[in-house]
Design a protein around this ligand. Structure first.
Ligand SMILES: [Cu+2]
Length: 105
């Protein structure tokens, strides 16, 4: 019985690793809270706007092209990264806002 219990614990631990993670990136003072970020394939990044004005985040990268549109303070939008590679993220309203997300297998 003891061995069966151990196997169950191991299976539970491995299943836990398979769950995709959620990372929060804030936008404050016309900056992303991180300049670089590493995530795994399947992970999602939540982009929150904490500035009292709108941001419009987008990426033209082959790895993950997206355009979240313009949204105001207090809102957030989520992007799931389904392919490994480099993603350059920018804001169409504030050209100085840039960050790089590295998606690893
Ligand atoms: Cu912006």
């Amino acid at each position: 019985m003891k061995n069966v219990f151990s196997v169950c614990l191991l299976a539970a631990a491995m299943a836990g690793q398979a769950f995709a993670a959620d990372v929060l990136i804030d936008q404050k003072d016309k900056q992303f809270s991180k300049k670089t970020l590493k995530v795994k394939v399947g992970d999602s990044v939540e982009f929150r706007n904490s500035d009292p004005f709108a941001h419009n985040i987008f990426s033209l990268s082959d790895t993950k092209a997206f355009d979240l549109g313009s949204y105001p303070q207090g809102q957030s939008k989520k992007v799931t990264f389904d392919k490994a590679g480099k993603v350059e993220v920018e804001c169409s309203i504030h050209p100085t806002m840039q960050m790089v997300i590295e998606v690893e297998k």
